[in-house]
Design a protein around this ligand. Structure first.
Ligand code: FAD
Length: 400
């Protein structure tokens, strides 16, 4: 599908391409391309963040006076398109794109001055303490408690699935400060340094053998009340505002288009019964179906862009886009795994497979295929599960 942008937009695209060409090393591109987890490798992402900070392009969505850029929605989309084409690493969104908008809206002047510059420079690395063993989709049932004592809160409880908690020096947390009211009315939003006494992080190793998520335990952790964002017991409003940014994300079609190209290349190299896989009618039909769905997703994202350009908000389109992009990505990872077949097994490239003498699948494809497939399953759960998005669509779009 060809989308026309204005001459000014295309001039901006050329400027972006020149910057990406001169900044991204082949090693950075290759490492980014081999990412199989939700977030890019922390060191790679931070290296890229520092380069973008130097250029002044790290946080286009922030207010200009805090380091943002005055890009139009089209320019932001073009930036995403070109980063996907260039295989730029993803930035870690936890501080930059999730906590920062919350601080702009609800933070005190002191909190903005204390945290925003350190989030931008990468001096602080944040993680998100929302989910608990008994509270995920039904987040408002969370139980981690914070009880006032002098100028502090004493925090007890546990958070789970905390991405990159093993690296983070800070966690933004939802805690229960009132149990006598309806669940949503007794929640408070706290900023907690991870080095306070009483905090413990246990790793959770996924089926893909990655350490990306953790369980965090709080045992009588003393947190100053000045670390609260927004009023006490009004954390639910703050939490929901943050989720708009977690779920809103950027356009995902540009990245999917690149993944499709890569799958087609792989399928043209791999042979099945002497014939390139891409010429197999059933395999080709499944690629075509994903391509059609990608076109529809791209169109939907561009319509959202138009709404944003005229001052609107994404609305329920973000739920539709989330489910579509997850399903397309899962379909892609499935075909990729089928294409590399037994070379997708862990370590398959390093052992002799029954002495067979076929052309080996490139390690870039085979070593990551299984992990991509397995990690891709998690996408229908995090950031608002598939069923929860469907409930939103049923209610808000279909009026059911
Ligand atoms: C890789 C990964 C990283 C994550 N990172 C973080 C993080 O950094 N910080 C954080 O706080 N959390 C994180 N999470 C947690 C994530 O937000 C939760 O997993 C998610 O909210 C779902 O909650 P749950 O796991 O308790 O599942 P549940 O809510 O118990 O859902 C289980 C199943 O029931 C379905 N279901 C639930 N409610 C309904 C309903 N009302 N109608 C229909 N179906 C329903 C769900 O769709 C799902 O299929 C992460 C999760 C994953 C997988």
């Amino acid at each position: 599908m060809n989308i026309e942008f204005s001459a000014e937009d295309e001039a901006f695209r050329a400027q972006v391409q020149t910057f990406l060409d001169s900044s991204l090393t082949p090693e950075m591109r290759r490492e980014a391309e081999r990412t199989t987890t939700v977030f890019a490798d922390k060191d790679l992402a931070m290296r890229w963040q520092h380069m973008l900070v130097d250029k002044g392009w790290a946080v286009p969505a922030w207010p200009i006076e805090h380091g943002g850029v005055d890009w139009t929605p089209n320019q932001k989309y073009i930036w995403g398109q070109e980063c996907a084409k260039a295989h730029a690493p993803g930035l870690i969104p936890l501080g930059l794109r999730m906590l920062a908008p919350v601080l702009f809206k609800y933070g005190t002047a002191e909190q903005k001055a204390e945290y925003l510059p350190k989030i931008l420079s990468g001096e602080q690395y944040w993680c998100q303490g929302y989910s608990e063993p008994g509270a995920g989709s039904d987040l408002s049932s969370l139980k981690t408690s914070a009880v006032k004592e002098g100028d502090d809160y004493i925090v007890n409880g546990t958070k789970i699935w905390t991405t990159h908690a093993q690296f983070a020096d800070h966690i933004f947390c939802l805690v229960r400060t009132d149990t006598s009211v309806k669940p949503q009315a007794g929640i408070t939003f706290l900023l907690i340094p991870m080095d306070l006494p009483g905090i413990k992080v246990d790793p959770i190793i996924t089926m893909a053998d990655d350490h990306e998520v953790n369980q965090v335990f709080f045992d009588d952790v003393r947190v100053p009340q000045s670390n609260r964002v927004g009023p006490e017991n009004e954390g639910w409003t703050v939490a929901k505002y943050l989720l708009e940014f977690e779920r809103g994300g950027g356009g995902s079609a540009p990245g999917i288009i690149e993944a499709l190209k890569s799958l087609k290349h792989l399928a043209s190299q791999e042979k099945d019964g002497g014939q390139p896989l891409i010429e197999d009618p059933s395999f080709a039909a499944r690629i075509a179906e994903l391509e059609i769905r990608t076109d529809a997703l791209q169109l939907q994202e561009l319509m959202t862009l138009e709404r944003l350009s005229s001052g609107g908000s994404p609305g329920p389109a973000s739920s539709l886009a989330k489910n579509s992009s997850v399903e397309i990505n899962q379909g892609l990872s499935e075909l990729r795994l089928e294409a590399v077949h037994y070379y997708g097994l862990p370590n398959a490239n390093k052992i002799s497979l029954n002495g067979c003498n076929e052309t080996w699948v490139s390690e870039d494809y085979s070593e990551t295929a299984m992990a991509r497939y397995l990690n891709g399953r998690a996408a229908s759960v995090f950031g608002g599960s598939r069923e929860v998005q469907k409930n939103i669509i049923a209610k808000v779009v279909l009026g059911l």
